[in-house]
Design a protein around this ligand. Structure first.
Ligand code: URP
Ligand code: ZN
Ligand code: ZN
Length: 598
């Protein structure tokens, strides 16, 4: 039984077997009610800002006490956690369960995908409702809810895609933010002819996010360049998966990342760059942050754990299994570089972009790399890959691990401290993490439905021995007890303090100020009278532009286009319309304003 019918069920699965028949779940069973009270004893509690030896007592899904020598009622179930870390359940900020995409559907649905998430220590996912071009955003949201609600085994939230633009889209963003618990919207700069927005549409959507207190997210790749490059490569006979990376190299991601940062900053809108895949895109984010932009970057398990050399693998199926957008990068230093930035605070969260397609689905593009469904796995292995490449590699301590696997996401998406913290009053989403145990990742043993794992053969330290989701033990000594429909939708409210606190201050600090001066009381040229004398004409050329007008006018008296094409679409020397008043804010006396007017 796969939970499709919405019946509440429990599945007991041993880690070594991929599928076991479901057993009926009795919500009233003594086993279930005993789990209302739970004590995690003897472990080391890790939050993003501190570690302490403490027990954790849970009742009805909420953390009630954290400390030593706790008084707990009789009959409380006890988990012995000596030698283990007790960490907040992971939050995967980026998944696409059962996404309808490129002519097919992602094979991991909200049941198999969230069950696998739990197995690896992730207790909440954030998925994307992506409307078709022209489709109502609110309808797409409800469609995703109707798919997810009966199936999810862990908690989830939704981002919504802005895949086209109109005033109606803006109004629907407002409705989603105010009434449906959505505070983040993803805009695509790639997927030309389907989801891609142009710059004015991006700007309009960023301004709308700003007005709503929502977070703008971008898929940052230049879709026009990708389309053009793909055409060229195919015409050269390059049809295999290597063409996927060649059509969208690093600078194509970096250019879009930079453009998104500039547009968002001009709109005064905070920006969240999803699936950061390259060193150069990460560098853009890091340098914009240094300039004060409110921008966040999300590398994913795949970009931190493997690389794009696989696109040149001789086995087509192997190479195609790694196809995703933006692609993994052939520079083998990329994962370690991204991990360094994540460890040091230049990047903030980790998702997976889990969007899985099996061999026969990938084969839709066997003769044309542009038709290979884009997406890889990660939801099950993110926590272990991060632990191995981050903590075991000596780049981050357990606190930073917690920050980048749950707490920062909870803060940015405004669900903190309900999620992402072990503290009294928080949801009891907890992982009893064995930092010393090892496992070897393989598609043969993973819980995901997909038949390939991009981390195949990787030995990782860090195993989720127990996973507790809203107070219920869902992983116990390697067994996953996944209950279809047990997870809840978590609404995300707008105006996250972590995101907008600084935006509001920046708006205030960067507000443009006019120069107070005495009014000009000299002569003013007439615009309706006879053609101005050359002396007057000279005086109406903007001073900053005079250097461009070194040649005389054309024989017909027009602007000589050889002087500068820059002016053709701007103010013309012969314009008879009054010049617009300008407010110069770049370097006003008293400080540079790099913010926005919106
Ligand atoms: O390859 C990817 N990333 N597939 C999922 C859709 C997206 O762009 O996130
Ligand atoms: Zn994307
Ligand atoms: Zn994605």
């Amino acid at each position: 039984m796969d939970g499709d019918n919405g019946v509440v069920e429990e599945v007991l699965v041993a880690r070594t077997s991929r599928r076991t028949e479901a057993e009926p779940w009795n919500a009233q069973s003594p086993d279930n009610s005993a789990q209302n009270r739970l004590l995690i004893k003897g472990g080391r509690v890790v939050n993003d800002d501190m570690m302490q030896d403490a027990d954790v007592y849970i009742e009805d899904g909420i953390i009630k006490q954290v400390g030593l020598n706790l008084h707990t009622p009789g009959g409380t179930k006890v988990i012995e956690a000596k030698g283990h870390l007790v960490i907040p359940g992971g939050i995967d900020t980026h998944t696409h369960m059962q996404l309808p995409f490129m002519g097919t559907f992602a094979v991991d649905d909200f049941y198999t995908g969230t069950r696998a998430a739990l197995a690896g220590g992730t207790t909440m996912i954030m998925d994307f409702a992506l409307p078709d071009r022209g489709e109502s955003l609110v309808e797409a949201y409800h469609r995703w809810r109707s798919w997810a609600d009966p199936k999810v085994c862990c908690d989830y939230a939704l981002h919504v895609g802005v895949t086209w633009w109109s005033d109606k889209v803006g109004r629907e963003m407002q409705e989603l933010t105010e009434e449906h618990g959505v505070n983040s919207f993803k805009m695509f700069m790639a997927y030309k002819d389907t989801w891609q927005l142009n710059d004015s549409e991006l700007l309009a959507s960023f301004k709308t996010c700003k007005q709503l207190g929502a977070l703008a997210q971008v898929h940052a790749e230049n879709g026009d360049i990708i389309k053009e490059n793909s055409r060229k490569l195919l015409s050269l006979g390059i049809t295999g998966p290597e063409g996927h990376e060649m059509s969208r190299p690093e600078e194509v991601e970096a250019e879009a990342t930079n453009r998104a940062c500039v547009l968002a900053n001009q709109a005064g809108c905070p920006l969240y760059v999803v699936h950061v895949m390259s060193k150069s895109a990460a560098d853009v984010i890091s340098s914009k942050r240094k300039q004060g932009h409110v921008v966040f970057g999300e590398p994913i398990a795949a970009s931190l754990g493997t690389n794009g050399t696989h696109y040149w693998h001789k086995c087509w199926r192997h190479a195609a299994a790694h196809v995703m957008g933006p692609p993994l990068r052939p520079d083998p230093q990329t994962p370690a570089y991204l991990m360094d930035l994540l460890a040091n605070g230049d990047l903030q969260t980790t998702g997976t972009d889990n969007c899985t397609f099996s061999a026969s689905q990938k084969a839709l593009g066997k003769d044309d790399f542009t038709k290979i469904p884009n997406g890889v796995n990660g939801v099950e292995d993110r926590m272990s890959v991060l632990w191995e490449k981050g903590v075991v590699a000596g780049k981050m301590d357990p606190c930073r691990f917690v920050a980048v696997t749950s707490t920062n996401a909870a803060k940015i998406f405004n669900i903190y401290p309900k999620k992402g913290r072990i503290a009294v009053g928080s949801d009891a989403d907890i992982v009893v993490w064995n930092p010393h145990a090892t496992r070897v990742i393989s598609a043969k043993t993973h819980y995901q439905a997909v038949d390939f794992n991009v981390f195949e053969g990787m030995e990782v330290h860090g195993v989720a021995d127990y996973v507790i989701c809203r107070g219920r033990v869902v992983v116990e000594e390697g067994n996953v007890r996944a209950v279809s429909g047990m997870g809840k939708f978590v609404p995300k409210l707008p105006h996250s303090q972590h995101v907008y606190g600084r935006i509001e201050e920046r708006d205030r600090a960067n507000a443009p100020h006019k120069v107070e001066r005495a009014a000009y009381d000299g002569p003013v040229a007439s615009l309706n009278g006879p053609a101005p004398s050359s002396a007057v004409e000279d005086s109406i050329i903007p001073a900053s532009s005079q250097e461009f007008y070194t040649r005389g006018p054309t024989r017909s008296g027009g602007v000589n286009l050889h002087d500068s094409s820059f002016h053709v679409s701007g103010a013309q020397v012969t314009d008879k319309s009054p010049k617009r008043p300008s407010v110069k804010v770049n370097n006003p006396p008293g400080g540079k304003a790099s913010g926005s007017f919106w």
